[in-house]
Design a protein around this ligand. Sequence first.
Ligand code: ADP
Ligand code: MG
Length: 449
Amino acid sequence: MSAAHAGPVSESVSHARGPVSESESHARRARRAAYLESASSIRDALGGDSGSWRVRDVADGNLNSVFLVDGPNGGVCVKQALPFVRVAGESWPLDINRAFFEASYAARVAPDVGGLAPALHHYDPDHFVIVMEKLEPHVILWKGLIAGQRFPRAPAHVAEYVAQAAFHTSDLAIPFERKFADVALFAKNVALQRITVDLVFTDPYVEVWRNKVTPPLEAWAAALRSDNALKSTVACLRLAYLNKPQSLLHGDLHSCSVMVTADDTRVIDGEFAWYGPTGFDVGNFLAHYVMAWYAQSNHPGSRDDHDAFRAAIAADIANFWLTFRRRFLEIWRDSESTGDGVPASHFADAAGRARLEAFRHSYLKAIFRDAVGFMAIKIIRRIVGFAQIADFLAIDDEARRAEAEAGALAFARSLLLQPDRFAEIESVVAALPTFEAAGLDPNKSRAPR
Ligand code: ADP
Ligand code: MG
């Protein structure tokens, strides 16, 4: 894996190896300018010549290089996959074809999600580069949330995105020949699924070097590792992730994969795309709002500020699910179903139509049940697994951080062990405060089974 493989856009090889000399840095900049100028999709969007372009490195994600490039006529976002994990460097190789899957995912859902994602201008398969619409002045949703900002329109927008993408890639909407062509395509996105399977579904329940746990939470981590009932539920969910190709998933859909302004919402970063259970994306998005709820009271600000923020987050959680559910049902009712899953001809008369409506409701109930489980798994992996989230890390006081995390873990454990208590979003929201003071002893907060 040579530096040349890092391609002409990226500076990240030098970052991985430490400071670069002036001349190296200059050479890379020249190489990057030459590349940007050689791509007609970029040249046309920017105008002028490359000497007048402004290039900004905005990579704050874990995996890839991302640049914003501005010229006299406009700007673009240029994202390049490297043959390794950007934050880890060359010691952690990662299949560079993830850029192909991200571009394929963006192209597949674009007709249905419309303006809820950045427009994809171009994919360069030789350099693993995606050129897309530059989003500015958008910010990453979690950065806004963690700063205490409100984005009340974002949950409904993301719900619309997930409903559209999930419905139109499922057996409810498309013939199985088309669906399985996509299943086959995204089934090759295995390198990133290995990350999900290991980091989300496996590592949090065993002792692995890369797990990071706030020290006072060791008893909680041990309790999760030794809970066979809980691990059985986790096994059901990992099996569903692997053997239930219900719809095309974004695969990493949480508040770090959403860019917002007060009015506009865009979902980015679909490189984990995969055919799986629809509830996976739904639960992932909910999980990060739940963690924002548990983390917030430990941030600076008055008690009233915290209460107001939490009330808003709780409303966002309900709004997200209820909008998803309503829109999925509406899209289904309005569709000229060409899917092979539920033939309209079977339900043509009045009694059939009533039965079909009941069927739709039970379909959504099943998605919710899956989502509750995946939400729990996503919470657990962020607290006792590898990739911790800033919501909790921002709490400097270790004891307070552990208390906040313990509340979220107790909540997640209850979702996994007592799913019947959480058949409606209202019960999920109502349960948030009941686990807040769960504390550091996992046995004390255990609810009777
Ligand atoms: P990674 O796959 O490495 O996680 P992301 O796709 O999350 O990369 O992008 C990393 C960062 O780049 C985002 O957090 C965001 O700040 C910025 N970014 C990504 N796409 C765009 C875009 N279309 N317009 C503006 N900024 C973007
Ligand atoms: Mg990413």
